[in-house]
Design a protein around this ligand. Structure first.
Ligand SMILES: C[S@@+](CC[C@H](N)C(=O)[O-])C[C@H]1O[C@@H](n2cnc3c(N)ncnc32)[C@H](O)[C@@H]1O
Length: 266
């Protein structure tokens, strides 16, 4: 589930059960550690912050790459799950890397270069504690999205935030996890959404709108032909080129009415 939607939903509704999942083990470890070990995470992040903030640019770069190597070593050794250190490193790298990206190579190693933020907030204690509080009653699972099937029935609202379909051949940023999410994966996901719909669940899915670059590209319009498809303006937060960060259309695909008002602000 997309983090922004999750926290919006948690703040608005008193739900009986909430289940989130992702295939990225490091991301799930982060969510679990923030939920269960918030004091330890904050303690480590404060140390990282003191080490980084007072260093000059060259030393900052050294610290970044030393921590990135260490993070990848933990992944290599299989120590990145159930690891508070890994979770703290995840946040450190996210706050100090180029544009706050999360990207891994084919081997699953984090490969985003050092960023140039003057004063990154490495330990945002208030926010991390608020997130921890919100997650207390959330079931967090690592795995393929299909594993959620058993949790879903006619009373479930499902939000799916898959890797976006790249708008152009050169913008194929889909590597949040080491498996690539290609057009066949998007089609398999649509099959799964149809199954959820047949169970009676309310399903909402977001994705990029191919019509931003090719008005004749009907990929999602035909995949979800009998769904409600809304095109909403979204300012792209992540793009390596500042001039490309303007509003683009994105898709909200659902099997029920009136979603745009509620989720547009997320
Ligand atoms: C657009 S990102 C969503 C961001 C993230 N969910 C968040 O916290 O905001 C797409 C997510 O889909 C996940 N993903 C890719 N393939 C998956 C699969 N087969 N099953 C479950 N999650 C998958 C990626 O690991 C990535 O985190």
């Amino acid at each position: 589930m997309g983090g922004a939607i999750l926290f919006d939903v948690l703040s608005l509704y008193d739900l009986d059960e909430v289940y989130i999942s992702d295939i990225n083990g490091e991301l799930i470890n982060l969510y679990c550690c923030i939920r269960d070990n918030v004091d330890e995470i904050i303690k480590i992040l404060k140390e990282y912050q003191d080490e980084y903030i007072y260093a000059d640019t060259d030393v900052r770069e050294e610290i970044f790459y030393e921590k990135r190597n260490h993070y990848n070593e933990l992944i290599k050794k299989g120590f990145s799950h159930n690891s508070i250190e890994s979770a703290a490193l995840f946040i450190f790298l996210n706050r100090t890397c180029f544009n706050g990206l999360y990207r891994v190579n084919k081997k699953g190693f984090f490969n985003v270069p050092c960023g140039k933020y003057k004063n990154p907030k490495i330990c945002d204690e208030k926010n991390i504690r608020a997130v921890s509080h919100a997650l207390q009653r959330v079931t967090i699972a690592c795995g393929d999205y299909r594993q959620s099937l058993e949790f879903i029935d006619k009373n479930t609202f499902v939000y799916i935030d898959p890797p976006y379909r790249p708008l152009t051949l050169t913008s194929n940023f889909t590597s949040y996890a080491k498996n690539d999410f290609n057009d066949d994966s998007q089609k398999e996901l649509a099959e799964y959404v149809h199954i959820l719909r047949s169970k009676g669940a309310k399903v909402l899915l977001s994705n990029s709108d191919p019509k931003n670059v090719d008005p004749n590209d009907d990929f999602f319009d035909s995949l979800y032909a009998d769904y409600r498809i809304e095109r909403v303006e979204a300012s792209r937060m992540i793009n390596s080129r500042a001039d490309k960060r303007g509003p683009v259309k994105e898709l909200l695909i659902s099997n029920y009415e009136d979603v745009a008002e509620r989720v547009e602000g997320c």
